[in-house]
Design a protein around this ligand. Sequence first.
Ligand code: C5P
Length: 243
Amino acid sequence: TTRRKKIYEGKAKILYEGPEPGTLIQYFKDDATAFNAQKKAVLEGKGVINNRISEYIMTRLNSIGVQNHFIRRLNLREQLIKEVEIVPLEVVVRNIAAGSIATRLGLTEGQPLPRSIIEFYYKDDKLGDPMVSEEHITAFNWAATQEIDDMMAMALRVNDYLSGLFSGVGITLVDFKIEFGRVYEGDFSRIILADEISPDSCRLWDAATNEKLDKDRFRRDLGNVIESYTEVARRLGIMKEMP
Ligand code: C5P
């Protein structure tokens, strides 16, 4: 077997050197972590499903002009992506109260928010990804004001498109997390969508029953994690036959 150079290993994915300059290979692991990696498990087949779901979503987003790092899927667990300089922020968009906003602001889970809300978190495992404001982001130079505007505009487009996509298959998009990266073109750089979009990074509820079809099943020990991820893929019309 050929040895590829590992560029980075995260909790759920590994990045390897790509076949051409400016490309990387993104490998989806079966590992699941929650609560800043205090809770860990291996969920057999998760990487395969998330690779496919993220491929599907990134391809659709690209077709509506939301530029992203996805180039093509290589095999069950790997996709070829553009190399980016990752912006050290997690951008969360919320439509319905759940998770940390419910705790922080004393909201009831399931309560619709007055409008879609965007939040920024500084990516730092040691600190537990603290929420930060635009003031912090520009002061510490994590992103420029224009880049923040671009990320917010893209985040809202992703939210609008995915809300419709999921609602069309009977799923409510409660909230999600995305990440961005910079690609350099001469003296200029632009922001594109990076990382993954999958049931690991979204809250997805069955529209009829509010049953959770996402990583909260793992976080809260609700069981049937893989079955739920598979159901999301099935409803999106991908993975006709599942492992
Ligand atoms: O935990 P919280 O309510 O802030 O999460 C908001 C959304 O962002 C959820 O969909 C969650 O799955 C996602 N998220 C993530 N990675 C993190 C934190 C949150 O994908 N590190």
